[in-house]
Design a binder for this molecule. Sequence first.
Ligand code: SF4
Ligand code: SF4
Length: 128
Amino acid sequence: MSRIASQPTGHQCRKCCSFCDRLVHPSGCLESGCEYLYLYDDEQSGRRFMGCMNKVFSVEIDLELFHAAQQTRVGFGGVRMTGKPLERCRSSVERAYLGNGSPFDCVNPTFFDSPVAADDAFDLRDAL
Ligand code: SF4
Ligand code: SF4
């Protein structure tokens, strides 16, 4: 469904057994009409992919598979966040494991704070 493996970033926390990751939801990119969303057609496969010009997420997503997933009850969901999001970026934190007791007690609550860029704009040179 996606073509480029995302790299480890500061968008993951492993300080307790919950194992949390920040995710970006590409549905929000399409709905907001974000100018940083790009689409391209791959000549070899004939498939259309979408990605974020500023690498808020680094994977490139097969558009047809995305729309098919959106028709299901759970939807496409999110992909791993790899860059600094803007206000408009739809994001969430996903816990990989749910459990009881101190091993699952959060010791890093600020991880749930939004890491949104202050000026809601990218300097495109940052992506070079
Ligand atoms: S900047 Fe945010 S909303 Fe725009 S394409 Fe990238 S992830 Fe999506
Ligand atoms: S619950 Fe808190 S401490 Fe545990 S992995 Fe998530 S953010 Fe980190």
